[in-house]
Design a protein around this ligand. Sequence first.
Ligand code: PAF
Length: 282
Amino acid sequence: MKKINSLKSMFTQSQNWHAEKKTIALVPTMGALHEGHLSLIRSAKNKADKVIVSIFVNPMQFGPNEDYDNYPRTLSEDIKKCRKAGVDVVFSPSVAGMYPDNASTWVNEEVLSQYLCGARRKGHFRGVCTVVLKLFMICSPDIAIFGQKDAQQSIIIKRMVRDLNIPVKIIIAPIKREKDGLAISSRNKYLLPEERKQAAVIYKGLQEIKNWKKNNLSVAQIRRKLIRFIQKEKDIRIDYISIVDINTLSEVSRPNKGDKLLIAIAVFFNKARLIDNIEIKW
Ligand code: PAF
């Protein structure tokens, strides 16, 4: 396995692989790799000849009061995990390499980014789209794999790829969960043991929805029930719970039978912000 920091070397490596007719899969990450990332890597290995894992904590997607400085950075452990998982290249560029001092060009998806996390984290998806497009230009993958846990991110990246005619196939891999259902996330590390126990309520609540739906409750009733269910845990603070159309990400009140909905949730435990979601057919 190669470790590459330089953008130019990464670009050259990818071009060499293309010249050898090898297909390339990219798994973009911010490091602190866990089972969720490893499942993306396994999927990448099944789908392409060469696998690149990028590890870059992207400052441009964090707001001024968010956790950029504290975000877990575990590069040497990440490298070991990648080696064991059969990754071909770990690409870990520097911030200065990725963003020249006078960088002034950004990628802004303007509609889907208005909702859910985008409404609370101003500029977040501008940072995500910009870095992902840059990674695509540097690594020139044939496919790129993202996790369903960041459902809005996945939908926005697919939109960006379509809108800008980017020749990369986007694959979304299912959420990996702990035994009690909590979605695996690098940010779970922030939770105190007591908070960690309480966090199981997020997925339990999402699963209850199927039962509530059977009882013919309306979208508004289901949302209220979910809020109450989650608020049973004392240290949890709901950032948002939204029931949205999967295509537009806008809130729905009276969906038609068969409509695909995304139920997305973001909560805080103290400063730790966790997200989760499920998709349902109405
Ligand atoms: O999902 C993430 O870890 C990040 O948002 C991504 C896609 C690697 C961009 O920095």
